[in-house]
Design a protein around this ligand. Sequence first.
Ligand SMILES: O=P(O)(O)O[C@@H]1C[C@H](O)[C@@H](CO)O1
Ligand SMILES: Nc1nc2[nH]cnc2c(=O)[nH]1
Length: 269
Amino acid sequence: MGKLYKDPIGTAQKAAKAIAKITGKDKHDVALVMGSGWISAADALGKPTHEFAVTELPGFPAPTVAGHGGKVRSYKLENKINALVFLGRTHFYEGLGMEPVAHAVRTAVKAGCRTIVLTNACGGINLDYKVGQPVLIKDHISLTAASPLIGADFVDLTDLYSKKLREIVKAEDPSLAEGVYVHWRGPSYETPAEIRMMRTMGADLVGMSTVPEAIAAHALGAQILAISLVTNAAAGVTGEKLNHAEVIAAGKAAADRMGNLLAKVLPKL
Ligand SMILES: O=P(O)(O)O[C@@H]1C[C@H](O)[C@@H](CO)O1
Ligand SMILES: Nc1nc2[nH]cnc2c(=O)[nH]1
């Protein structure tokens, strides 16, 4: 896999070509990356025209995290746009480096997608949030400080989580909150002291994904919409211990609501 990442964009180009071959579609318009427990939300998009294993594409390692399927789906949505859905992702904490973390969104952009929708499961730092609540990401704080970009690629991030796209989604569901997401490398969850630090820094949500994908896709010109599902109160808020099974269960419980929201907004993005 290492040699594939000597040229990450070239490998993404190859994977995009493979998607066009498998699906017979020379262009996809919007891509979704489904976070932990979000897989069943994708079912609300109807019947895919194609579903295949992510490992059929160059540069994709098999997902290793429960709640992350190793599948890609292609959909023809109501207004004829083609949607590419990755049922799962690779995380920075898997130790494979940043290239495989950013590979899916780079592939999606090379397949023609100008809009990337990132979803995730996260911890609620903001005490107003409830478990099962979706939150639109309006900005992020990268506590890993690790970027998928290499070289003099000085990308502006002042509107990384597109305000225009957030307005479109809020028009569909005005009750949606907006928050600041922290990328924590993981795989360990945070300590209560780290959560208090993040709250002091102005963070509302904490997770282990999304940020490198958003940066990599935006660097290639894509507009980003990111939606977090609060699957648990962050460490120290309730005193309860955290576990991944609880994260998956909360994702599944909210799948219908999340799926309906995605199905409504996708064709409008
Ligand atoms: O892929 P996401 O960010 O939804 O998964 C979150 C972060 C970790 O992978 C996992 C921890 O429970 O859930
Ligand atoms: N870092 C982090 N990721 C999560 N994913 C789901 N819940 C959490 C959490 O509390 N912290």
